[in-house]
Design a protein around this ligand. Sequence first.
Ligand code: B16
Ligand code: MG
Length: 217
Amino acid sequence: MIKGFIFDLDGVITDTAELHYTAWKNLADKMDWEFDRTINDKLRGISRMDSIKVILDHNNAKLNKETLVELAKEKNDIYVESLNTMTPDDYLPGIKELLTNLRIEGFNVALGSASKNALKVLEQLNATAFFDIIGDGNSVSKSKPEPDIFLYGAEKLKLQPEECIVVEDAESGIDAAKAGGFHSIGIGPEERLGHADLRFDSTKEATLFEIKSYFKD
Ligand code: B16
Ligand code: MG
């Protein structure tokens, strides 16, 4: 029986991908690295340090760990500053309604994000009250596709993985949900999320009615 939901943040609750893109692009231009939206899409759901390694590999560049940490911090400063432009109008379509209905129906709800800035994003959206537990990039050390962030959420909610549905927009996120024994909902295209138990093209279609109809047994 489904008792809880664990939500990814970026790409599910709100679309920060464009803000991440602008911040990485700023750094890449300064470093004379090639960086475009196709590479940006590969950073979906993965941690900041893993992201900079993907960009570096793409550019056949090598830097020591210390410089990488400094550059990742530089990108993060730009990103965090840009989060100040985010407002409670920036939920993805239908998500506020879904979170509201989950509250009304008494489901347990956790956040399971790779982002170390998740709390700031939730505060900008005025969304913290929708969550019983906030799991973010500071909560566990192994990031998606490892299941740790979702196991953390389930444990804090005092639920078993099979009692929870993970909602994700990243391939690595669905991999993580499956590795942990969770049910999964993918938000996005078949090519990326065909391995999710249930998939919607966009958040708009992900209503509690549709979700309950699918997971009814
Ligand atoms: P930060 P999610 C992920 O969040 C993003 O999808 C990913 O692009 C980003 O690199 C990662 O958070 C780390 O974010 O630099 O803010 O710690 O999708 O897991 O909510
Ligand atoms: Mg995401």
